[in-house]
Design a protein around this ligand. Structure first.
Ligand SMILES: Cc1cc2nc3c(=O)[nH]c(=O)nc-3n(C[C@H](O)[C@H](O)[C@H](O)COP(=O)(O)OP(=O)(O)OC[C@H]3O[C@@H](n4cnc5c(N)ncnc54)[C@H](O)[C@@H]3O)c2cc1C
Length: 450
């Protein structure tokens, strides 16, 4: 038995002991009638959703966020029906409709715009809830506003960066400092600490000090959004290109006039063979037109002027496409990980925010069900860790976008009949196979809803 397995077995034994009826220890941990208090590090989509989910189950929480205010940072993301179902259950559908676009269809194309695969999405595909294409910051704001409305203004403490924590049989003590000057420390005691603190998680680092930098696949992503004439249905998403380079286009909000949309674009290009990402200061660096335009010019999407969209974007950013290896465990006693802190993954297949939302639901259910936080956190990990590890692995292979990789490999110069390059069944197996593994196949989501 390895070191990690031994530690896990020890936790399970301790949980079993503490969940035995009427142990003095359990009474000491949670006196009758006193709600569990959960400390959440990070007010990202994962941490905020966790607070709402816990609140629904009568579990109180406080979120500590290093940013001094929760601003609308980032660009577009897609949130899939299985995650939207969770947000809809929290009453957020009207706010999501005001903030984003209900995705109608997804079209995979080659570099010259020949269609490889086209499928309806969200309601159009028969789901009971939509898929949303939305600005990441607006989605975060929708959930943030719901936390403030439901838990009160003190539920989110901004400008507080998690510096360290210790745990004992009775709880966790977490230490926060002012994120600008490192002063103004605040110490808080809770029953559980959730590390929802993203890909550079301090909580994760504490248990895996040798993990090193995130793993880069050598792909640089330039991402931006600008107001642009509506294309196709006004709710269509295009992913074009192939192996080393891709273009992604989708609207994420209404425009100022009925015939425009806030249109999100991503240009992905493999620019390096090294697995070491550029320095941390280069994450989210302002992108440069002279760098991205030569790549953008490689695409010929009928009826869509990619270059002019990019040129009309005020500010756009570049991000290295990074993830981390799946962990052998997330939970250490009263401390666990959630969202990108637990399973950062390449942003293919629209799963980053969606999986963080699913984590939040599972965590809240497990904590609410368990007699002791140890058991709740272990149950949560057992439910979510294998599933998310599989998605990390699938995304490394290209996720559903592998369908255009394969077609480009077989027909780099284009095709007259895609069926003769890769059959419908083969294309379907790639795209729908991914959906099944990531838990958003139609039957999975609608069955859960019924
Ligand atoms: C600024 C930003 C912009 C992003 N933009 C995009 C985008 O455009 N498209 C996309 O697909 N994905 C984007 N992402 C990633 C996407 O939001 C996540 O993959 C997904 O939503 C999962 O969210 P999460 O809550 O687990 O992590 P995150 O969204 O990373 O949130 C983590 C939160 O924890 C806070 N935090 C970090 N360290 C500490 C600490 N020590 N103490 C307290 N708080 C801490 C961070 O400030 C952040 O608010 C972005 C993330 C961030 C932080």
């Amino acid at each position: 038995m390895g070191k990690q397995d031994k530690a896990k077995a020890k936790d399970a034994k301790r949980a079993a002991k503490l969940t035995a009826p009427d142990t003095a220890e359990r009474r000491a941990v949670r006196p009758a009638g006193q709600p569990v208090k959960v400390i959440i590090a990070g007010a990202g989509i994962g941490g905020l959703t966790a607070a709402l989910m816990l609140h629904r189950r009568g579990i109180s929480s406080v979120i500590y966020e290093q940013a001094h205010e929760v601003r609308e940072v980032g660009v577009g993301i897609n949130t899939l029906p299985h995650a939207i179902k969770e947000l809809a259950d929290l009453g957020l559908l009207p706010a999501l409709d005001a903030a984003g676009i209900r995705t109608h269809e997804l079209i995979y194309m080659n570099r010259t715009g020949q269609i490889v695969w086209r499928e309806p999405r969200g309601l159009a595909a028969g789901f009971e809830v939509p898929q949303f294409s939305i600005h990441r910051g607006r989605l975060q704001k929708v959930i943030h506003d719901a936390v403030i409305a439901q838990l009160g203004p003190d539920a989110i403490r901004t400008g507080r960066k998690l510096r360290g924590f210790v745990q004992d049989e009775g709880g966790v003590t977490a230490h926060f400092v002012d994120s600008i000057d490192g002063t103004g420390s605040e110490t808080v005691r809770g029953e559980v600490l959730i590390g929802g603190d993203g890909i550079h998680s301090v909580v994760r680092e504490r248990y895996y000090p040798d993990q090193g930098l995130p793993r880069w696949n050598g792909v640089m992503m330039w991402r931006g959004a600008a107001e642009f004439p509506t294309f196709m249905t006004g709710r269509s998403m295009i992913i074009a290109g192939g192996m080393g380079a891709k273009l992604v286009l989708y609207p994420i909000g209404e425009g100022r006039t009925p015939d425009t949309r806030l249109t999100n674009w991503v240009v992905n290009v493999r620019v390096s063979d090294t697995p070491h990402p550029p320095g941390k200061e280069s994450w989210s660096r302002r992108g440069r037109l002279d760098e991205v335009l030569p790549y953008a010019r490689r695409y010929e999407i009928p009826g869509f002027d990619v270059v002019s969209l990019i040129k009309s974007t005020d500010a756009f950013y570049e991000y290295p496409m990074c993830d981390r290896d799946p962990l052998p465990r997330w939970t250490h006693g009263r401390v666990t990980l959630l969202g990108d802190a637990a399973h950062p993954m390449y942003p293919v297949g629209s799963n980053g925010a969606s999986q963080a939302i699913l984590d939040a639901r599972a965590l809240a259910d497990c904590l609410a069900r368990a007699e002791h936080p140890y058991q709740g956190l272990l149950d949560y990990e057992e439910e979510r860790r294998p599933k998310t590890a599989e998605i990390v692995a699938l995304n490394r292979k290209g996720g559903p976008e592998r369908v255009i990789d394969e077609v480009e490999k077989l027909a780099p110069g284009g095709f007259t009949d895609v069926e003769r390059v890769l059959s419908h069944d083969e294309r379907k197996a790639i795209v729908r196979g991914y959906a099944g593994k990531a838990g958003f196949a139609l039957t999975q989501v609608n069955r859960k809803a019924s």
